[in-house]
Design a protein around this ligand. Structure first.
Ligand code: AMP
Length: 211
């Protein structure tokens, strides 16, 4: 968990490479549905392009399906989900039924003044790799190090939309962190996302190995 631009996607990708779990990013799942041009994808786009959260019933049903289908022996890394307390409650129910409790909730913090610069400078690849012109540049400008494809900017990575995504985060997602803290059953790990990406990865690896 963490605000937009905290580095959730970048760090999740590195951790699944290290630990072998399956990475389920709600944002990636929704972008794929949007790109398919389906009626559901068009509905998702209305919310995503405005920087608003997709309604809970749509999110819960799509993510429940994705979790069931993933069926990973090595575990799951949920990235971007849950983002509201209603989503967290629905996830709890599904995980209790599957007898597969959460091992840890990872919170990556980021100072709000850094977020706009981080997001507007972000460039992404269709393979899931993300870069930043200043903080995490690719070896060759505009080209993915991992697969050689051209990088692009996400439609919702503009300054105006970022501010709305941040408001949604503060209002709707921050309470989820309090929800997990209050439930007392799950290990909370908090890392400082203001550090350089490699330092954040090192902090996360240390914390997770002790989990
Ligand atoms: P992300 O890639 O995680 O930044 O997500 C991109 C956009 O997808 C968000 O701004 C929301 O519009 C939507 N989205 C992703 N995950 C969720 C979620 N768990 N609940 C509601 N909307 C979501």
């Amino acid at each position: 968990m963490g605000p937009p631009g905290a580095g959730k996607g970048t760090q999740a990708k590195r951790l699944v490479e290290a630990f072998g779990m399956t990475h389920l990013s709600s944002g990636d799942i929704f972008r794929a549905e949007k790109a398919s041009g389906s009626a559901r994808g068009k509905k998702l786009a209305e919310y995503m392009d405005a920087g608003a959260l997709v309604p809970d019933e749509v999110v819960v049903s799509m993510m429940a399906d994705a979790i069931t289908r993933a069926n990973s022996q090595a575990g799951l890394m949920l990235d971007g989900f849950p983002r509201t307390t209603a989503q967290a409650q629905a996830l709890d129910k599904q995980l209790v039924a599957a007898k597969a409790p959460l091992d840890a909730v990872v919170v990556i913090t980021a100072p709000s003044e850094a977020i706009v610069e981080r997001i507007t400078g972000r460039r992404v690849c269709s393979c899931g790799q993300a870069y930043h012109g200043k903080f995490l540049p690719p070896k060759k400008a505009g080209v993915c190090d991992a697969c050689g494809s051209a990088l692009s900017q996400r439609a919702d990575d503009t300054e105006k939309v970022v501010r709305d995504r941040l408001t949604a985060y503060n209002r709707q997602t921050e309470p989820v962190i309090a929800y997990y803290r209050a439930c007392g059953r799950v290990r909370m790990i908090e890392v400082d996302g203001a550090k350089a990406p490699d330092a954040v990865t090192a902090d996360l690896m240390r914390a997770l190995k002790g989990a």
